[in-house]
Design a protein around this ligand. Sequence first.
Ligand code: M6R
Length: 369
Amino acid sequence: EKGGWSSFMAKEVSEQPDAVANTIRGRIHDGAVAVPELTAFGDDALAAIRRITIIGCGTAAYAGIVAKYAIEKWAGIPVEVELSHEFRYRDPVITDDTLVISISQSGETMDTLMAVKFAGERGAKTLSICNTQGATIPRESDAVIYTHAGPEVAVASTKAFVAQITALYLFGLHLARVRASLSAEEIAVELHELEGIPEKLATVLRTGEIIRQLAHWMSDTRAVLFLGRHVGFPVALEGALKLKELAYIHAEGFAAGELKHGPIALIEPGQPVFVIVPSPRHSALLHAKVVSNIQEIRARGARIIAIAEQGDAAVLPFADEVIPIPLAAPLFEPILAVVPLQIFAMELATAKGLDVDQPRNLAKSVTVE
Ligand code: M6R
């Protein structure tokens, strides 16, 4: 079933171009989003939504943080992202113009299921983003957008993550249409960008060998930090989670702007830090801020591994390694930038002789609270 791959995870990482392409397939017509599942709400009800709460656990929650940036920008609606188990055990403000979007690959995660029921009971509209046909969470929700990533067997979520972002982006652009917050032309531009992602993912996968070597050199590393800004921040969180769960290495993801509020104290000579560098073409300011963060930690001896746009010359003098990703619009960069981090964690775990498909203490689907 692994089709010649050394692990399910290796196979699933390689399937990411298809995971995105299949999640898009049939859902874009004439430069507009066509997701029939969303008719369950009706355009008027969707246009009347005043706030969105996204819930999920682990990797699914990080896909939610990425989507928050996109949905707020495109649809102009406040979006908050909360871990399912935190959401459920407090008194969140839920009104009938609140949409609660749950994200779950398995559709069976108990924490998320209970949070969806809780939201529904309090009158929220509920939308599920799910990869498993007929699972419990979509059945408990008012509507579902299935991701078509195909079955994900490895405990570490990879292709489901990129498919979740894809589905949420389709939703965000649909919402932008019903709310008229973007013009038809603007929506078509974003959708065109999304349609180009599978090919760019295939390009990123070809950098696997550089990352494999890096992981082998770093196999005795004890701690790794990940930094990102804007949509690079949830990518940093996801890179750290992958490394913890697969390689059992202490790893933390930070928003780069937080450095001087504490984490920079962790930097000592030789400390490896992955930095997700935003494209200089879209926001020179954001890019310059991240390059300046790199300089700050480099001056304290950090070993920098930059995930940067192909041809970004500004990072070269300060980075020990640069892993190039193809040019993409800013909101689409996470789908590409996460892949080297997945491969790094997988290869480092392999170098340590660990089982990448079934890490210790973890289950693929957490069906207990
Ligand atoms: O099936 P779900 O998407 O609801 O699972 C959520 C998390 O348990 C899951 O993403 C977990 O964090 C992964 N092991 C991460 O790789």
